[in-house]
Design a protein around this ligand. Structure first.
Ligand code: GLU
Length: 494
């Protein structure tokens, strides 16, 4: 068996094999996370194999520690891989920079098969500006004789290897979400496959790797749609089977703009740092461009395992999906509500401690109060910081139409409440609520005429997690009474 036959013999046959092939950029775009998720789901929902491949051929973009970010993100999200740089597998190495020698060999093979040629033109191709048509490279190198090529290589002339695109005809390929796409070959350029330093371009490496790793479904962003015909021509020139393509539409910030980290849109890591739950993000991202069909079509909540059961390629949409942070916050709040209180406390505690250092305040009790009212964890400190220290507040807060309070009746309520509470022994929420309700009855006013001013006086806020007596119980008798007395002073000073 020659080298190429040996490589062929390694390729696993039968069964679905998918790969996520991130470049180590140091963070995970939402669009990339979605690609990873769909790729994983296609493997899992078909009982297949999921592979992680690191695409680090672009050394200019190398970011220290970025590969660890990929591992951490994948494992945090539960997107476990069956083959990859860390776990090995039959078709490794799984890091492109470690496969360097392979690409050169396959480029030479392609030249021999007529699908590529050596190009000695010194002038580098210009990168087409965004939105501009491809700048086609035209030169005489495709027609150089084998002997001429040999002589120039032997003389040490630098060269690149370019794809030989047929001049005539068209290339058609099928995409699982976009359908059949046909492109005239005349629109395709003889792209560089191997650079003069011997390193492959992404456009070449991905085809070699996907074939040699036995990938059956290539899932990637739709920005690669226009390259797919060139990849097809490469597969054909090698005589290889073409995988199923699944191109995913872009994730948009709004109707016009793609999400972009450079323009301040959050990456997955940013969302986690803001206190979104991984499970909520995964659930939300799954529905960003895929929808369940049939009887599940209205369903919004899915665990990763449930997704793995119901996911189907046919549910992937080709229309761009708009990332809606308000919807994600809502979904996150639903996930938070469903958490076991202990689990929520474990997540909330660092955020609570950011705002509250007073050891007299029972953080578990605060946690119980905020759990049903919390969209993201990072909003916890600002929701609870009044417990640590009473903020300065505007006395106008005492005036509340719905509670039927004004400055006068608020002062009267606080003046009646303080001596009564000074004598109160049971400082639990229930006992305090009963005592203040009784006071309202004795004063001949609605409960709210007592409870509203107490709430304002102890919190300096109009909206708080928990009501007046929850807050008094949390603060403890001494602190609550001191805040109520300050409220009286404030109202008297007007
Ligand atoms: N390394 C490419 C990227 O991160 C992967 C594209 C692909 O999946 O083929 O965009």
């Amino acid at each position: 068996m020659d080298f190429f036959e040996q490589m062929e013999a390694r390729i696993p046959v039968g069964g679905v094999r998918t790969r996520f092939a991130p470049s180590p950029t140091g963070y995970m775009h939402i669009g990339n996370l979605r690609t990873a998720l769909y790729t994983w789901l296609i493997a899992r929902s078909n009982g297949g194999t999921f592979i992680l491949r690191i695409e680090d051929t672009d050394q200019g973009r190398y970011v220290e520690g970025a590969v660890d970010v990929i591992y951490n993100t994948m494992s945090r999200c539960g997107l476990t891989h069956d083959e990859g740089p860390d776990v090995g597998g039959p078709v490794g190495p799984y890091i492109q920079s470690e496969r360097r020698d392979l690409y050169g060999k396959y480029a030479e093979l392609l030249v021999r098969r007529g699908g590529a040629y050596h190009c000695f033109c010194q002038k580098q191709d210009e990168e087409p500006a965004e939105g501009k048509a491809i700048v086609k490279h035209v030169c005489a190198c495709p027609s150089l004789s084998e002997a001429e090529v040999r002589a120039r290589i032997d003389a040490g002339e630098p060269y690149v290897i370019r794809q030989r695109i047929p001049q005539e005809g068209s290339t058609t390929f099928h995409d699982a979400s976009f359908g059949d796409i046909t492109v005239d070959n005349s629109e395709l350029e003889d792209q560089i496959l191997l650079k003069s330093d011997g390193l492959p371009t992404y456009n070449f490496a991905n085809v070699i790797d996907d074939h040699l790793m036995g990938i059956t479904h290539v899932v990637r962003g739709s920005e690669y749609l226009s390259s797919a015909p060139k990849y097809n021509l490469l597969y054909e020139a090698f005589g290889w089977d073409i995988p199923t393509y699944v191109h995913c539409s872009p994730v948009m910030r709004d109707a016009q703009h793609k999400m972009s980290k450079r323009h301040g849109d959050p990456s997955f890591e940013d969302l986690i740092a803001q206190g979104f739950l991984t499970e909520a993000v995964i659930n939300y991202v799954a529905l960003l461009g895929w929808s369940p069909r049939g009887e599940l079509s209205e369903r919004e909540f899915f665990t990763l395992d449930e997704l793995a059961e119901v996911f189907d390629i046919g549910g992937i949409s080709k229309s761009p999906a708009v990332f809606d942070i308000v919807k994600l916050r809502w979904m996150n709040a639903e996930y938070i509500k469903k958490l076991d209180p202990e689990a929520f406390y474990a997540m909330a505690e660092p955020w609570l401690r950011q705002a509250i250092s007073n050891p007299a305040i029972d953080l578990r009790a605060v946690s119980t109060l905020i759990q049903p009212r919390c969209e993201i964890l990072s909003e916890i400190p600002e929701k609870v910081d009044f417990l640590q220290a009473l903020p300065e507040y505007d006395p106008a807060m005492y005036v509340h139409k719905k509670s039927k309070t004004n400055l006068e009746n608020s002062l009267a309520s606080l003046e009646a409440a303080v001596p009564m509470l000074e004598a109160q022994e049971d400082w639990s929420n229930d006992a305090l609520y009963a005592a203040l309700s009784e006071l309202a009855q004795n004063l001949g006013v609605k409960n709210s005429v007592v409870l509203w001013p107490v709430r304002v006086a102890v919190s300096g806020r109009q909206s708080t997690p928990g009501g007046a007596t929850d807050l008094c119980a949390l603060l403890g008798k001494e602190e609550a009474l001191s805040r109520l007395r300050s409220g009286i002073e404030l109202l008297r000073s007007l």
